[in-house]
Design a protein around this ligand. Structure first.
Ligand code: SAM
Length: 277
């Protein structure tokens, strides 16, 4: 079957867990492409079945990319080639940038169909500054190289976004705390899936939490920029209020602690009244 799309390369983002996140445009491009270059054709086969589409697929992954790329580039002269990864946005910790570069160099159209990306989704859940962020991808597995990579980003005034796996999470969080200082952070997990969660705390408290039990599923760690104030915990706020109430009436105690810990005065006042009552 000939492609119904103009010839060229189409970079197609796919869901990171919830199939409902496949955009109508992404589905249309997958249905109209002459061939789908996929990291794992079994995974993409499942997605194509889900949308009721049957297209020829070619495996394109780290181990065969150099061999397969020239053939894909040649086909783009007359056909629409779609590139997908197993999940999310191709090229983001996934293969594809050389395909884009060479497709353009060969004079072919390169079109993007944007959509889900775990790094961006994690930033929306973390509640940390988003005006400047650095995507770090996966840190190296070996401790020496990992610590060098952490030292390289320690001075950068930006929120850091890292991909990680459950078994390595606690060690990575402890290494980040040692290399960056005990910054505020969020561990986001299973985004868009049934057990999606975002757990916030400091790097050290999160490291201690996950050292007890490695979490399951897919993980993105988001770390605050240097100098970002670490939000006081409820326990810190209660301890400060108890002390202030020994010297001050409830309203003044609430004002003082709100100012000192940068918390909501009305909530602290209600808490102080409850403590007194
Ligand atoms: N290209 C993908 C994207 O756009 O996010 C990322 C591919 S990378 C090989 C896979 C990593 O992304 C996982 O190990 C995990 O760190 C992160 N990831 C992917 N899906 C996720 C999800 N639903 N929740 C949390 N992290 C996810």
């Amino acid at each position: 079957m000939t492609s119904v799309l103009a010839p060229g390369l189409y970079i197609v983002a796919t869901p990171i867990g919830n199939l409902g996140d496949l955009s109508p445009r992404a589905a249309a491009v997958l249905a109209g492409a002459a061939v789908v270059a996929a990291e794992d054709t079994r995974v993409t086969g499942g997605l194509l079945r889900h949308i009721g589409v049957k297209r020829p697929m070619i495996a394109y992954h780290d181990h065969n990319a150099d061999r397969v790329r020239p053939g894909l580039i040649a086909r783009m002269a007359g056909e629409a080639v779609a590139l997908v990864s197993d999940a999310g946005t191709p090229l983001i910790s996934d293969p594809g940038y050389k395909l884009v570069r060479e497709a353009r160099a060969a004079g072919h159209e390169v079109v993007t169909i944007p959509g889900p990306c775990a790094a961006i989704a994690a930033l929306t859940l973390a509640g940390l500054p988003t005006d400047r962020f650095l995507f770090v991808g996966f840190l190296p597995g070996k401790a020496g190289a990992r610590d060098v990579a952490i030292a390289e980003v320690a001075g950068i005034r930006a929120t850091l976004v890292l991909y990680e796996s459950g078994p390595r999470l606690a060690t990575t969080l402890a290494a980040l705390a040692a290399g960056l200082g005990d910054r505020a952070a969020a561990v986001t997990r299973e985004i868009t899936k049934k057990f999606e969660e975002a757990v916030t705390g400091t790097l050290a408290t999160l490291a201690a939490r996950y050292a007890e039990a490695a979490p399951r599923g897919e993980i993105v760690v988001v770390v605050a920029p240097p100098g970002e104030a670490i939000p006081a915990s409820d326990a810190d706020a209660d301890a400060a209020l108890v002390e202030a109430l020994t010297r001050l009436p409830a309203s003044k105690a609430a004002s003082e602690i709100a100012r000192r810990l940068n918390l909501d005065r009305r909530e602290l006042y209600a808490r102080a009244l409850a403590m007194k009552g």
